[in-house]
Design a protein around this ligand. Sequence first.
Ligand code: 2PG
Ligand code: MG
Length: 429
Amino acid sequence: MAKIKTIHALEILDSRGNPTLEVLLQADNGVIRKAAVPSGASTGEHEAVELRDDDPKRFFGKGVLKAVANVNGPLSRLLIGKDLFDQSALDQLMIEADGTLNKAHFGANAILGISLAAAKVAAASKGMPLYLYLGGKEATLLPCPMMNVLNGGVHADNMLDFQEFMIRPIGAPNFREALRWGCEIFHALKKLLKARGFSTAVGDEGGFAPLLESNESVLDIIVEAIKKAGYQPGHNVSIALDAAASEFYDPATQTYLEKKKKEAKKPFSSRNSIEQIAYLEGLCSRYPIDSIEDGLDQNDWKGWQILTSKMKSKLQLVGDDIFVTNPKFLQKGIDEKVANAILIKVNQIGTLTETLQTISLAKKNGYATVISHRSGETEDTTIADLSVSTSAGQIKTGSLSRSERIAKYNRLLEIEDELSSKARYYKPG
Ligand code: 2PG
Ligand code: MG
């Protein structure tokens, strides 16, 4: 037995300079670990609530002192003395005490900080790394990284509405080679952008954020960078997109707009759902794209059904905003034949236990799983261990720059090294 002795939260900063929570948790055996909570920008409507202070005098309202107080007060009182090896009981206690469906009372940020810190202390109390504690001896599969080398949408100040242009080293023999390929392509891309007079400053997730104006111009230059680095597009390395379409969908007209161009008073186009699907199909026929996340709006279930029936055999269709890591929305997706993969973000649902439930529901129903960071991150590397512990197969944790992204990649390198000859690398399909 190891019991919770103390829990302490404080307000720290995320990678965008916004406040978030760090939770330090100590067991009665002396083991102490910390967890930090990430934060999204393109958030799904039905995500669990991120409790912010709304006090305009601090951090423009973004302070998290209320969530900190919830950890240090009621949640600590609820959990002190409880068994650390019963993660689901700990999480269940917090869910019940919160009493809302979306963790609005205590804040999912408060609850998640404790949930993750508790798992880390439990693992350390057994002298195990987190991936091994959560996944057991079967946990040997290293994920294929989706590396976001070019940022748009709400993560960058450019004209691109699509949020993420990622590369996937599908043909790599192992994780460290996959990462090396990604780095080489990232640097090749930097040279190409520079040579053409574009900025090589980076966006929120560490990918470049040049003033390219069309998705096609981005895809062209990424394909060129893949080749320049010595890899075969579509064979060694494919392209994945996160359109994050909810951010440029206009519910009033039910159309997908070139929103940034519209806002900049430039000529823009708009597409209805069927036209948007045809547009995505067109991109896939011209470029080595094999995965599209949030190609349609989070409420466009009809469109998603059509997209899925048309493209599921050729393409990984990842639901992020539409599923929000919530088993209820995933079940609806399964019933209505929507998507064939799910993005998993711990703070969309707010506890480790529910995250694991969603992953296992996805797996049982043949949905691929992609463990994901948020655009606002910290140096916490829990998701790297989570990706191995669940044999998720894929991870999305940004580009090959910015330490909050690299921390997760470096953690995966450590895990691969530790697993040594037992380590395997995901093969898509
Ligand atoms: C996404 C994420 C992470 P955010 O949409 O998939 O890349 O962005 O954290 O801003 O929701
Ligand atoms: Mg997304």
